[in-house]
Design a protein around this ligand. Structure first.
Ligand code: ATR
Length: 276
């Protein structure tokens, strides 16, 4: 029988997940389909019950439900618990387990472009929202050498730095301090939406003092090369946009659902084609 998968979110119409996962199912000859389900806030619990009732095998969870959905699951994986958000649900005979593959998706995409091992990397994370938390907590658990979180609202950066304590040396600063300390870092990550279409002229901070060879990443992938990444590239940085994180979070979810290795290159090609 055909297996059903999907993504729940609001909005969800522009999600690239259905195309990406259906391409992977086709490639591996898995009899399955993947659907985008628009779920309003006041219907989340019913939607989750629907996963059980209808025997939907696996679901991705996107904004705004990643935190709230945790209340309705049977089990939460420790990394998702620490991040405080779930982006993947696995249904085993009605028992729903929540995972978070966002942070690991980022780290898997990052590893191949790092000039040295993660345990020797000092990173600056700009932003302290949900995406920053997934990335920061996962980097901390993968034993990155050190993390500095910079945010407009510095209290939120302190909270996030605290969540990373115990695994890595972590601290919080404001954006002005981050600007002044840019040369200290091997890796600088923009997790904010600054620079996303249609506000493509904006940058989270200036890269004027950036050292050549620094890895600069942006979780944004529309546009493919934000002004931030263009500027970083012009200063000799190694750059990466958010596409590899997106593909890898999907691939890791796919692997939890199917037990098979996800065809990442094919998934990536499909998504790039859709982005145009
Ligand atoms: P997400 O879940 O995508 O990470 P979020 O939780 O709303 O989104 O977080 C957005 C992040 O971008 C926050 O760190 C936010 O800073 P504040 O905590 O100070 O709000 C940051 N951000 C968004 N717009 C910004 C702007 N114009 N200048 C500086 N920081 C901005």
């Amino acid at each position: 029988m055909k297996q059903i998968y999907g993504v729940i979110g609001n909005p969800v119409g522009h999600s690239l997940s259905p195309d990406m996962h259906e391409e992977a199912f086709r490639e591996l000859n898995i009899n399955a389909s993947y659907h985008a389900f628009l779920v309003p806030d006041n219907r989340l619990q019913q939607a989750v019950d629907g996963i059980r009732g209808l025997g939907i095998r696996g679901v991705n969870v996107t904004l705004p439900h990643k935190v709230e959905v945790m209340n309705f699951l049977d089990e939460i994986h420790p990394l998702a618990e620490e991040i405080g958000a779930v982006n993947t649900i696995v249904n085993e005979n009605g028992k729903l387990t929540g995972y978070n593959t966002d942070g690991e998706g980022y780290v898997h995409g990052l590893m191949p472009i790092l000039p040295k091992e993660l345990k020797n990397i000092r990173a600056l994370i700009i932003g302290a929202g949900g995406a920053a938390k997934a990335v920061a907590v996962t980097l901390a658990k993968y034993n990155i050498h050190g993390l500095v979180i910079a945010n407009r609202t510095v209290e939120k950066a302190h909270e996030l730095a605290k969540a990373c304590e115990g695994w890595t040396d972590s601290s919080a600063i404001n954006l002005g301090r981050a600007q002044a300390r840019l040369t200290e870092f091997d890796l600088i990550i923009n997790t904010t939406s600054i620079g996303m279409s249609p506000d493509t002229g904006k940058m989270p901070l200036s890269l004027e003092t950036l050292s050549e060879g620094t890895v600069v990443s942006d979780l944004i992938y529309t546009p493919a090369k934000t002004r931030w990444l263009q500027d970083a590239e012009a200063r000799g940085a190694i750059i990466q946009n958010g596409l590899d994180m997106f593909i890898n979070q999907g691939a890791l979810a796919f692997e939890k659902w199917t037990g098979q290795e996800a065809p990442r290159e094919i998934m990536k090609k499909k998504v790039i084609g859709k982005l145009g």
